[in-house]
Structure formats: C-alpha cells, structure tokens
Design a protein around this ligand. Sequence first.
Ligand code: SAH
Ligand code: SF4
Length: 368
Amino acid sequence: MIDALTSPHPIINRPAPRAAKPVTLYDLTLDELEARVREAGQPAYRARQVYDWAYTKLARDYEAMTNLPATLRAELGETLPLAAMTPVRELVTDDGQTFKTLYRTFDGQLVETVLMLYPERATVCVSCQVGCAVGCAFCATGLGGLTRNLTAGEMVVQAVDAARRSHELGRRLTNLVMMGMGEPLQNYAATMRFIGIIHDPRGLNLGARRITVSTSGIVPKIDALATEPYQLNLAVSLHAPNDELRSRLVPINRRWPVAELLAACDRYIAATGRRISFEYALMKGINDGEGTARELATLLRGRLCHVNLIPLNPVDVLPYERPDPTGIERFAATLQTAGIPTTVRYSRGVEIAAACGQLRAQHEQASA
Ligand code: SAH
Ligand code: SF4
C-alpha cells in the first residue's frame, strides 16, 4: 500500500511565495468597513451601502455601486480591492446541477469551490486552505501538504460567487459546507471571521444552522467551536472505528485518538444540544467490512449523531477503491439495524473532479 504520508505527490507540493496578503473588502466586517469609510471622511451609512451592494446586490466592482459618491468609489477602488483571487476555470456537470470553480489567488495558488443545486437547496462547498497538513491517506488535497491558509476574504469570495451564480440560475444560495480543500479547524481564526461575515444579516445572511464545519478531529478546536455564539453544524470525519485503522487513514488520530475525539464530540453535544454528523468515506477492503460496521455501531450507540457514508471518490495516484453498491448498502444496513441513523451520500460531480482537491491536482498536472 502506498503511504501518502511518506510519499507526498511531487507535482502539487509547491511552496507559497512570500507575498503580503492584501486586505480586501471581503475581509472586513461591517464595523471595520464603517471605520474605514469614516477615515475617508464619509459618513458610516456609506459603509452599509457598500455592504449592501457587495452582499445583497452581489456587485462585481465599485463602479456598479452607483449611489456612492464617485470620490469614495475611486478611493475604495484604489485602497481596498473587492477580492484577492479570480476564477480561472469553471466546469459544469452534464445535468447542469453541479458547478466547480477553480481560482487563482494573488500569489498564484489554486483553490477550488463547488456549488451543488438540489430541488430544495443550493449548497456551496468552500475551501479554507491551499493543501492540508493532515494528509489523510485517501485525499487529493492532503497529498502535497499545506501550502498556506486562506484568508477570510478568500473564503468570502467563494461564497459570494456561488451566491451570484445561484442568483443567475434563478436560485438562492441556502447552505454552505466547509468541505473543500483544507482543515477549517487548523485555520480557525480566519474560518470564524469568514463565518461571521457571511452570517451577518445585513450581508449574505446565511443562517448558522445552514453552515457546516467539517473536521478531521482537532480536539481543542472542537471545544473552542462549542463556545462560539453560532449554532453551526459540526461534521466529524471519522472514517474508522478504532485507532489502529484510523491512524492509518487520518494521521491526526495519533495526536487525538478515537476516545479523545468522541469525548470532545460528547462535550460539544452537551454544550450546544446539536447533533453531530460523522463522515465515513467507504473504501473497499479497508474500512467497509461487516465487523467494522458493527464496531462503528457499538462506538456511536447512544449519541446524538448521524452517519454519512460517502462512497470513496478514488484519487488516481492513490490505491483506494470504492466498494461495490451491495457492499455500501450492507454497511449502511448494519448501522441502521443497530439504531444508528445513516445516509449514503454519493459525491456530486465526479466527472468534473469535484471531490476535495481533485481538480486542482488535475490542473497542476496538466500545466506542469
Ligand atoms: N478537512 C476537513 C474538511 C474537508 S474534506 C475534513 O477532513 O473533514 C471534506 C470531506 O471529504 C471529509 O469527510 C473528507 O474525509 C472527505 N474526503 C476527502 N477525500 C475524499 C475522497 N477521495 N472520497 C470521499 N471523501 C473524501
Ligand atoms: Fe485534510 Fe480533510 Fe483532506 Fe484529511 S480529508 S487531508 S483533513 S482536507
């Protein structure tokens, strides 16, 4: 078996150039924008107008903000760019329901975002890092390690663009999941700033209950999350019911093993009253056995939780495979029979490499 930990993929392991990160409009809370506008000698209500243009009318630039004085537009245009990254490619699935955008950041990094349309909701899957330090054995994002954290503004761009795309399609962006590239709880401060901005009712106004943070299990940060004022959804990427297997698949398990992780989950549930989702990527012959399903059911029994089984999206340079449909159904049935609420979730957009980190890897290989 290839060990993704000791064999990082050479193609996508690029160091970040040391460029200062620009502060953009999307990095600022409304309070901060008001302070900035006052510094420019303008009344604070001008900031609320800018915010409204940016997040309600989804303006692409200051020029579009026609009720602002031209001097303020010019000043902001020079000192506070809207965004620090631009889309370089968009892919759409054949059924027109899944959109993947590849961005290039100001310092040349590649970041990807996926928008998924369902009959009842439109969900954007946001990236929070370029690469990831956790290095899960089956994940394309983790292959080259962590290049750098994204700023809050770089995350906001992804959400705003998805809101605009949804709007163009006659839809409203309703949900947001932190399930793109990167580990949100290892970029905690920027992620919380991002959530504060998109949650603001005077802006994008995404309800906290419609925002899901997914983590590989950074225990102290799960405890921190429980103290945040938002009623966020928490998804924990479990993938294995015991330390022996989980440490192989999710290396952070060596630092915070299963028992510690579940204790943190219990504290989170007790503090927030919120149900936790456990994510479980099913891999053929690795974590999909009948005995493993029973062990998982025993581990989770009695908890306020839900299991999402994700049939693996195979990554071409990694040796893991998706089980066949009967194996997936059998695993789900074992959990359900044991009383664990379980859903099988097939990833969207496999043909456009929509799984975590896959499009970036493809793009970099093609341009290497
Ligand atoms: N770093 C966070 C969030 C981003 S990954 C985390 O790990 O939770 C979002 C989800 O996709 C995680 O559950 C992750 O384990 C899963 N995932 C990663 N690569 C996958 C693949 N190739 N197939 C299926 N799921 C995958
Ligand atoms: Fe990082 Fe999540 Fe991928 Fe693991 S699954 S390497 S934590 S992005």
